[in-house]
Write a protein of this length. Structure first.
Ligand SMILES: Nc1ncnc2c1ncn2[C@@H]1O[C@H](COP(=O)(O)OP(=O)(O)OP(=O)(O)O)[C@@H](O)[C@H]1O
Ligand SMILES: [Mg+2]
Length: 316
């Protein structure tokens, strides 16, 4: 397979999905500190010893990662399985502690904040997980699930929480009557909308999305990505989008970094990576994307363009 052809097909396909072009809000504010700054981030995990005399071994999941993301922009992280993408996401979300290095969000060093300040700061950064089936508690109603971040903050009344939940459900194209339902009553795409609503409810500045559409059908993927773009336009959200799929990051991201064995081996715009990849691993990643047959590609683009228009309509 020719990787240049593949790149062309991905790039042209993504552009015809009706992806919203970058708005003025995406222009970096040069005088402001970056929204997210990751400096020399390292995470080693100890491996269990198989016998007592063995020297302790460790997995070097991240080996000195630097990132800078301006407010209102989207950074894609791509890499093979085990390259450290989710480790990076957990450290940025302060769900895990780095071995070395720092994560600054809005100028605050997240891993050095006292617990109470970190809990309060959490309203500024939320996460959307890969699996819309596993990430929503099947025993809780949607109202409880979506208001969970507000409950953790502990500052709003039940009535206010309910009102805000109805608002964010409308923003993701669901109905306020859905608040009384359970996750099993929804499709995969609708569940991911519920997960996005839960992330939105604290008005975050940053959303970290770890493979948010890889469990969904391709037409539903486009709907969810278009919804994320639309929300970015409305609220100026910054995304850190993790994906193994270059077509997905091309749809949503201004810049992409390629992780390989815990290090960034390449960074650039999606087009630069698709058409002019320098690192052998990035080239392998580009050529690994399956080439879509022209007829099927047209049908998919039509579906995706329709998905864009329907992104905010209630789903039945
Ligand atoms: N809690 C942990 N304890 C020990 N090793 C871990 C832990 N979490 C991650 N690792 C190891 O760190 C490396 C990076 O894992 P990570 O989950 O970040 O990869 P990934 O890029 O997200 O992979 P995938 O695409 O499969 O989700 C892997 O070798 C993994 O086995
Ligand atoms: Mg992962």
């Amino acid at each position: 397979m020719n990787s240049a052809n593949t790149a062309e097909s991905i790039a042209s396909g993504a552009h015809s999905i009706n992806a919203t072009e970058p708005s003025d809000s995406k222009i970096p504010a040069t005088s402001q500190p970056p929204l997210l700054q990751v400096t020399q981030l390292v995470r080693h995990y100890p491996l269990p010893r198989t016998h007592l005399c063995q020297t302790p071994q460790q997995v070097q999941a991240l080996q000195g990662v630097d990132l800078r993301v301006e407010s209102g922009r989207s950074l894609g992280i791509v890499g093979e399985s085990g390259s450290g993408k989710s480790t990076l996401a957990r450290l940025v979300m302060a769900l895990d502690t780095p071995t070395a290095g720092t994560v600054h969000l809005l100028g605050r060093d997240l891993h050095r904040l006292p617990a109470a300040e970190l809990r309060h700061a959490r309203r500024d950064f939320q996460m959307v997980f890969q699996d819309p089936y596993g990430s929503l508690d099947p025993h809780q109603k949607v109202e409880r699930i979506v208001t969970e971040p507000l409950q953790a903050q502990g500052r709003t009344s039940r009535a206010e929480q309910r009102e805000q939940a109805a608002q964010v459900l409308a923003q993701v194209g669901l109905r306020s009557t859905d608040l009384g339902k359970y996750p099993h009553e929804f499709s995969g795409g609708q569940r991911q909308r519920i997960a996005i609503a839960r992330a939105l409810i604290t008005h975050p500045r940053l959303i970290v999305a770890d493979e948010p559409v890889s469990a969904l059908d391709v037409s539903v993927q486009a709907q969810v990505l278009n919804l994320m773009l639309d929300l970015q336009q409305q609220f100026g959200i910054t995304y850190l989008l993790i994906s193994h799929d270059l077509a997905v990051v091309n749809h949503l991201c201004d810049e992409v970094v390629v992780l390989y064995q815990g290090r960034i081996v390449e960074r650039g715009t999606p087009e630069e990576l698709l058409f002019n990849a320098q690192h052998p691993y990035t080239r392998a990643l580009v050529s690994a994307v399956p080439r879509i047959e022209p007829g099927r590609a047209r049908a998919l683009r039509a579906e995706m363009a329709q998905g864009a228009g329907e992104a905010l309509r209630p789903m039945v």
